[in-house]
Design a protein around this ligand. Structure first.
Ligand code: HEM
Length: 474
């Protein structure tokens, strides 16, 4: 009884706070469409959690390229015309909202603005380019991945006796990527600890989409307890340094511990490691699933034959794998799915001059959000947009400006070259070492996208596909 009363007062308190916040901020706006909502506190939360993709496409059709949604008191202004994208990303007063997001998603400590700026500056200007993007560092990281991948593949080969093994495609991709990527980045992790990390990753990752909505911490503790706890356990496991860490993780750890050791406790550093850990896996595993899925289901596996020719012609030189690049690009066009968000720290907000002459004022508490999926499926840019065309990107000198599965500007994914090499490693293995086939595949029951996971980077399949594989005779 008492608990219920406390709980009721708590909810009423939160409602009052959010309502007063909304009332105060509402008056500041004149030039956008605030989509009407029926539930006062939660606003569009349920529509958004249920199927954000549909929500955005429906409102795009209804209100045009600018509209604002209210999700638990947080305003999201969607700016969906690709012609306004550069205006948004080049406005110096609009910054990547990542610092706010990482505190809610990954439980990292909220830090002062100047520290946050220093972190962003050092990561983007020094650590990412030097350890993930420069070709020697990228090659070294790729070699670590390939070695670790082959070690686990060898174990599998030894135990399988070159017999067919049945499993599901997502599980297979998870197995291909998880251990090899984690060891390549975080060093020599004991099998048992890796297993523990994996269990916690899977539990947290399953509910990652809710964490990515930037809701208050109490919401997760109350309604998503096991995912929240899995994240905390993962953080604990990542506090520990392991021998043979990658250059990237070593540099990032040293930076947090030495430069900001007075602000960051070991747990805070663990939470920062959690960001890299999830970022390196959360999108890579489903992306690999979709690459293999499209290869297996398109033109009766003919694309695999084209890839085979390419690999046999150019050896294993990943830079020469142009067909593989086109396959990866086309897959990410179809399933890449991210919200590119910006916010402003300026007290009086900022304004954007839009391509059609309108001006959009952005309040400091607003998040501005571009959704690249709109242009990925725009038939004037990508004809026959719902079709997987493996060679669509093959004849382009550079990627079109409206293609951005890895984000844009300063916050663009620094792992985008590494993930290509991971996928290419798997493609080379498929061509040279493994036979992989669909089992009982029924097109009517093909996987579609998990609707609630929209916006987290890559669409997650809503069901798995049965496959079988066996090692080719050596
Ligand atoms: C298909 C796989 C991947 C996709 C689709 C992807 C996509 C993205 C996107 C969209 C962002 C945020 C960009 C923004 O909001 O503007 C991002 C950030 C990031 N990604 Fe990736 N990513 C992938 C794989 C990887 C891998 C393998 C790594 C491994 C190192 C990685 C490391 C990161 C990091 C560290 C950030 C945060 C950058 C920052 O500090 O702002 N990603 N990724």
């Amino acid at each position: 009884m008492i608990v219920t009363a406390i709980y009721t007062f708590f909810i009423i308190g939160v409602c009052a706070f959010v309502l007063s916040f909304n009332w105060k901020t509402k008056r500041l706006y004149t030039n956008y469409t605030l989509i009407p909502y029926r539930i006062p506190i939660l606003g569009h939360l349920f529509d958004f959690l249920k199927d954000a993709n549909q929500f955005i496409f429906d409102n795009f059709a209804k209100y045009g390229s600018i509209f604002t949604a209210n999700i638990c008191g947080q305003r999201f202004t969607f700016l969906l015309d690709v012609h306004d994208l550069l205006t948004m990303t080049k406005n110096p007063s609009l910054v990547f909202s990542g610092s706010e997001m990482v505190t809610t998603i990954f439980g990292s400590r909220r830090v002062e603005k100047d520290i946050q700026e220093d972190i962003a500056q050092v990561l983007h200007k020094t650590i990412y380019p030097q350890t993930l993007q420069r070709s020697d560092a990228l090659n070294a990281l790729t070699v670590r991945f390939v070695e670790s991948f082959h070690q686990s593949l060898e174990k599998d080969r030894m135990s399988s006796n070159e017999e067919w093994r049945q499993c599901t495609l997502f599980d297979l991709c998870h197995r291909f990527i998880f251990g090899a990527s984690t060891r390549a980045l975080f060093g020599d992790i004991e099998d048992e600890e890796l297993k523990e990390l994996e269990t916690n990753f899977v539990t947290f990752n399953d509910k990652f989409y809710v964490f990515s909505r930037g809701l208050p911490v109490w919401f997760y503790k109350l309604f998503y307890r096991s995912a929240y706890q899995a994240r905390e356990k993962g953080i604990k496991l990542l506090i520990k340094q392991r021998p043979n860490q990658s250059e990237f993780i070593t540099a990032a750890r040293e930076f947090y511990e030495e430069k900001h050791g007075d602000v960051f406790s070991p747990t805070d550093v663990g939470a920062r490691m959690m960001i890299f850990f999830w970022a390196s896996l959360g999108n890579t595993i489903p992306a690999t699933f979709w690459v293999l899925y499209y290869l297996l289901t398109t033109d009766k596996g003919r694309v695999l034959e084209v890839l085979r020719d390419e690999i046999l012609t150019h050896g294993e030189n990943m830079n020469e794998m142009k067909v593989a690049d086109s396959v990866i690009n086309e897959t990410l066009r179809l399933i890449g799915n991210v919200f590119l968000m910006r916010c402003t720290y300026k007290e009086d907000g900022t304004s954007l001059d839009l391509h059609d002459g309108r001006q959009l004022h952005i309040h400091p508490k607003d998040l501005v959000c571009y959704y690249p999926t709109i242009s990925h499926y725009d038939k004037s840019i990508f004809p026959d947009p719902y079709k997987f065309q493996y060679d669509r990107f093959l004849h382009l000198d550079k990627l079109p400006g409206s293609y951005m599965p890895f984000g844009i500007g300063k916050s663009m994914c620094p792992g985008r070259f590494f993930v290509r090499n991971e996928v290419k490693t798997i493609l080379i293995t498929l061509v040279k070492e493994i036979e992989l086939e669909l089992v009982d595949f029924n097109y009517q029951q093909r996987p579609r996208f998990r609707k609630e996971c929209v916006g987290t980077g890559v669409m997650v399949p809503d069901r798995d596909v049965k496959v079988r594989y066996r090692f080719k005779k050596q």
